[in-house]
Write a protein that binds this ligand. Sequence first.
Ligand code: ZN
Length: 396
Amino acid sequence: MFTEKFRQRCCPICNSAERKKLYRQSFAYFSNIGFLEGYDVVICGGCGFGYADLIPEQSEFDLYYQKLSKYEHRDADGSESPIDSRRFIDVADLIAHFTEKNTRILEIGCATGTLLGVLKRNGFRHVQGLDPSAYCAEAARRLFGVEVMVGTISTMTTAATFDFIILIGVLEHIADLDQALAKLYKLTSDGGSVYIEVPDAAGFSCCPDAPFQQFSTEHINYFSVHALSNLMRRHGFELQYREQKMKPQTGMQFMPTVGAVYRKSCYGGDDCFNYDAETEAGLTLYIQRSKLIDKGIHREIDPLVDGQEPIIVWGVGTHTFRLLKACRLGEANIMAFIDSNPMYATAEYQGIPVLQPCRLQDYPYRVLISSRVYQNEIVSQIRDRLKCENELILLY
Ligand SMILES: [Zn+2]
């Protein structure tokens, strides 16, 4: 069971305690995986930032990413998918406009080092990474000859500074942004810059994803362009360049993103905020659209519960954690969960085991595919690789 008592967060950008709750996200508990029972999605009354409230301490998140990182790509020996690799080539081109080949570059949250590998190939000689997963550090060394320290920005102790620091898909995961940004300022050399990329919360409703999937177990800060700049200015970084793009993601999904380069200011931070009205409007629309899609999902799940036929649920993660709480899926006659992530192999939910894909052949039941972005990939895994003929239940 979840045992932690979670604290209220003040706004991670302006420190105001004033907040408005937009939505409560709840997750089912799986042993050996679960660490988050859910949270309130709130809007700050001071600056308009959107964030997850009532969450564990940063140290809990650090432990989770160290033990259960989803960014290791073990099934491909650490290699990123072609779509994600292509995205890194574009980012490397952008970074080349803002820094020289001989500068010291650090990527925080570098996963298996694909971007650093591209930068190295493009002639950047001093590239280094930081990632909580020891497997990722090993893979980056093996695949690209890139040195990666094991840790997070909050646990990192180096006294070194870097001329250009990259954080892609990192800030939306951090519970203690104050501590992380203070560390980032220290790590950046005088006159140095940072490249930050985060999902654009104001555009979530344009994203063809499963309902409420953006309120995941990992994403706990919801940035708009204004919110990101408010945060960076407060911590002493001046905007140099910014772009908003729909970026392709693995599994056919497009994600609205904000990418921006900031230069370290010699004057330090200031507390002037531009109130951000975009985030509340964007998240409110996203919640309305998610509720509509959810109605269709309930129509698929209800007969499974009423008929009590034995089923298999394929997919363990935010999508399934949420469905077990948000609809009647928890009352269905689930014989087993299946997931490809080998780190979930010892998990269970109320006595129902999580099994590896090869075990599907032991079960003749219908399979509910609990994912939107990986739905097609899972269908082809079941049919083409596992050669299983189980009837499939698709939610999308
Ligand atoms: Zn605020």
